[in-house]
Design a protein around this ligand. Structure first.
Ligand SMILES: [Zn+2]
Length: 202
């Protein structure tokens, strides 16, 4: 683990993952972008409203039998309110866990999709099955979301108010969540996790 000094207050910033692109100060909230080991303060502070989540930056635990440490959080606003995407460091690399009103999805695989046929999902009705190659994707939810903010370490530079369209689909009891960003389509594949399958260590 590396550390750096907050350019705003002088506090110590822990940097767990070499590829992180952003870090917020736990003391003063200042957001800094990371670039090849250099910190650039962007002059904005990040404070996310808390709601009593089990998770917190720095907490360690286990999801099923996978060890993790929480290193970042991304907050997304959508029509029904907001949800958090927790950024976890695990022995298998960095993973995302989404939390929405006590419902958790652990995303074990994330990849960029380059097939333009996937854009058809944006106009595809909820409740129908979208066939793509060997996948039969049941479209369960569509929404437009907006980045509200982030904290801790994140693998990209958060641009508040950046919008993205989401299409959630189900196939063989897994969630295939497509995120349509301005320059790319990201597919996150995950499992719903029961709260009893999450252990937090102190
Ligand atoms: Zn600071």
């Amino acid at each position: 683990m590396a550390s750096a000094t907050c350019p705003s207050c002088g506090g110590t910033l822990n940097i767990t993952v070499q590829t992180s692109k952003m870090v917020t100060c736990p003391y003063c909230g200042m957001i800094s972008y990371l670039n090849a080991g250099n910190l650039a303060m962007i002059g904005q502070k990040s404070f996310l409203v808390d709601y009593g989540s089990l998770f917190k930056i720095g907490k360690k635990g286990k999801i099923k039998n996978i060890d993790f440490q929480v290193i970042g959080r991304l907050r997304i606003d959508y029509q029904d309110g907001f949800f958090d995407e927790w950024y976890l460091n695990t022995p298998q690399g960095q993973k995302w866990l989404s939390e929405d009103e006590g419902k958790f999805v652990f995303f074990y695989e994330s990849k960029e999709i380059n097939d333009p046929l996937i854009f058809d999902l944006l106009n595809f009705p909820v409740g129908k099955v979208f066939k793509h190659k060997d996948l039969y994707l049941f479209v369960s939810e569509k929404s437009t979301a907006k980045i509200n903010g982030g904290e801790g370490e994140l693998p990209f530079q958060v641009e508040p108010n950046q919008k993205a369209d989401f299409v959630d689909t189900l196939f063989e009891q897994k969630l295939y969540s497509f995120e349509f960003l301005p320059k790319s389509i990201e597919l996150h594949i995950g499992n719903y996790i029961d709260i009893n399958e999450i252990k937090i260590l102190d």
